[in-house]
Design a protein around this ligand. Structure first.
Ligand code: FAD
Length: 141
């Protein structure tokens, strides 16, 4: 049975204070990694310029159920799906949820945002996926 990849971006609705936002991101990642490991989902989450972008990959039913929960989360809004497609092979097979950014402070996120020129609103699903994949590989080298 082929697996599925879903790519979306959304507007960040986290409180502006850096410490509060980072704590929420830490909680989101902790919850995601636990839930995704159980649901056989892998993927990556990127945060910059007031947006989230995420790739979810796994069995169709798991991706759909997980995305349904994510969509209803009021920590972000304007959730826009850019791509849903069958995949032969996972791209983030080793990551229950990889994160592009710092888990310890705001500076790294700003640096990555500047370096990446990340503008999810002007990208197609393929472009956003490739952008996350390339930056993740570079960042985790
Ligand atoms: P619980 O953790 O018990 O949560 C119950 C309810 O409370 C949910 O509706 C939840 O949205 C809400 N909630 C919990 N904590 C907070 C909080 N601190 N502030 C506001 N509302 C809160 N989940 C995954 O499983 N996998 C993912 O890959 C994933 N990616 C995410 C990416 C983004 C950008 C965001 C914003 C959230 C993501 N989440 C992800 C979290 C997801 O939206 C749900 O919060 C989570 O899956 C609910 O887990 P649970 O069913 O164990 O419920």
């Amino acid at each position: 049975m082929p697996e599925q990849r879903l790519v979306y971006f959304s507007a960040n609705r986290l409180p502006a204070e850096p410490g509060v936002a980072m704590e929420q991101i830490r909680l989101i990642l902790e919850k995601s990694r636990r839930n995704n490991a159980v649901a056989n989902i892998t993927g990556a989450l990127m945060f910059s310029n007031g947006h989230f972008a995420q790739v979810l990959e796994g069995p169709q039913a798991s991706v759909e159920a997980t995305f349904e929960r994510i969509q209803q989360d009021n920590r972000h809004g304007n959730v826009t799906v850019l791509q849903v497609r069958a995949i032969e092979k996972r791209s983030f097979a080793n990551w229950s949820m990889a994160y592009l950014g710092s888990e310890s402070g705001n500076e790294d996120i700003d640096r990555i945002a500047v370096e990446s020129g990340f503008r999810p609103t002007s990208l197609t699903g393929d472009e956003l996926f490739a952008s996350i994949e390339i930056r993740l590989r570079r960042y985790t080298k």
